[in-house]
Design a protein around this ligand. Sequence first.
Ligand SMILES: Cc1cc2nc3c(=O)[nH]c(=O)nc-3n(C[C@H](O)[C@H](O)[C@H](O)COP(=O)(O)OP(=O)(O)OC[C@H]3O[C@@H](n4cnc5c(N)ncnc54)[C@H](O)[C@@H]3O)c2cc1C
Ligand code: FES
Length: 399
Amino acid sequence: MEKEIMNDVKKYQKLEKLKKWRDEVEPIPWYFDGLENLCDRIHPEKQILQVTDIQELSKDTKLFRFVSTRQNKPLAPFRAGQYIGLTVEINGVRTSRPFSLVSSPNQLAYYELGVKRKQGGFVSIYLLDTIKVGDILEATEPLGELYYNRVFHGKNLVFIAGGSGITPFISLLRDISQRNLDLNVWLIFGCVSKDDMLFKDELEDLVNRRSNIRVQYILSEPGPNWDGACGFITKDNILDQIKSVENKFFYIVGNRAMYSFIKEQIKQLGVSTHRIIYESYGIPDDVTEIIGWPKDISASNTVNITIEFLYQGKKIKETFEALCVEPILNSLEREKNLGITINNGCRSGACALCRTKLVAGKIFILPEVTMREIDQDYGYIHPCVSYPLTDIHIDLTLI
Ligand SMILES: Cc1cc2nc3c(=O)[nH]c(=O)nc-3n(C[C@H](O)[C@H](O)[C@H](O)COP(=O)(O)OP(=O)(O)OC[C@H]3O[C@@H](n4cnc5c(N)ncnc54)[C@H](O)[C@@H]3O)c2cc1C
Ligand code: FES
C-alpha cells in the first residue's frame, strides 16, 4: 500500500515537472489569441512584404530588407538556413524564385535576403534593377530542410558555400553566435574574386569573437595581392581545413554544378551521403549539357503542352507551344494570358509543392532530383525541374 502511494506521489511530481517544462518552452509566448491565429502566424498562406532598405553587398549583389505589412502580424518564424519564395510580376508574367533568409531567426522585425544577379536571368535582374524601397512583394512562408538538427547533425558542422550560397550560412552563423551554441563550425567559402567575398567584415568579426567559428576563402580568379587559397573547392583543401571528416556533418549550398562536384569530393573523403545536406540554387544555364539529356533534342526544339485546369468551376483545356529546354513551370508562367500558375516553393525539385499529374508525353527530369516512388508510379511530376521532350498533357485538376 505504502509503495503504491509512493508511486502515485512520484507520478504526480513527474507530471508537475512536465507541466512546468511545457510552460517554460511555450514556443511563441507573445502570441495568445488562439490556435487558429497561432497556425496562421507560423504557416501563413502568404506573406506581404514591404522593402524598407536596399544595400549594395558587391557589384552584382544587393541586400534587401523587408517588413510585414499585415497589421499586428509579424513575419512568420523560421529556422536559420530556410528560404522564402518571392513572387514578382514582370511585364505581366507572374513568377517566383526562392531566396534564403540571411537575417537571424532570433528577431522577426524584418527579413533580409541577399540577391545576386544571374547573367541571362529573369527575376534576379528585375529585383536588382527595378525594386526600390517602399515596393510591396508577396512571399511564401519560410520553407526548406537546410537547418541545424541537433539530433542528427552532431556538434561539428562543415559549411561549404559557393557565391551567393553564403546567404543561409550567414543566418546560421548569426544564430549560432547569438545563442552561443556549443558547436564547432568550419565555413569554406568559394568566391570568384575578392569583390565577391560577401559579408566579409561580418565573417571576420565572427572569427575574431568566436573561437568555434573558422572561415576559409578559396578564390577561383584571385587577381594580384591575394595570398590565400586559390582554385575550386576540392577534397584536399576541405581536408586541409577540417583535418578529419570524422563526426562532421556537411552542408553544401551553391549552384548545381558546384554542388554535384563538391558532393563527389566529399564522398571521396569517405563521408556517406546521409551526412550531407544541400541546397542547389536555380536551374542549369544549359540543360542540354546535363548528363542524360537526349542528344537528338536541340536547344531550339519546341513541343505542345496541353493543360487542363479549373476556371469558374469548369474544366478548361488549353494548348500552347513551349521550348524543350525550359522547365514546364516556367513555360506555363510565360503564357500570361492563361493567368494560371502552379503552386511552388523551391523551384529545384525538393519541396514537392508543384507536384502535378502528367497524363501523357515524355519529360526529362534533372538527375539529382529525387521523387517519391508513389508519385513516379502514378505519373506525378515536379514541373519546376521537368523539361518536355515530346508533346505533353498535364492535368492540374488531379492533385
Ligand atoms: C532554396 C534556394 C535558395 C536560394 N537562395 C538564393 C539567395 O539567397 N540568393 C540568390 O541570389 N539566389 C538564391 N537562389 C537562386 C534564385 O532562386 C534564382 O535561381 C536566381 O536568383 C536566378 O533567378 P533568375 O530568375 O534571375 O534566373 P533563372 O531562374 O535562371 O531564370 C531564367 C529563366 O526564367 C525564365 N524566363 C526568362 N525570361 C522570361 C520571360 N520573359 N517570361 C517568363 N519566363 C522567363 C526562363 O525559363 C529562363 O530560363 C536560391 C535558390 C534556391 C533553390
Ligand atoms: S517547387 Fe519545389 S519541387 Fe517544384
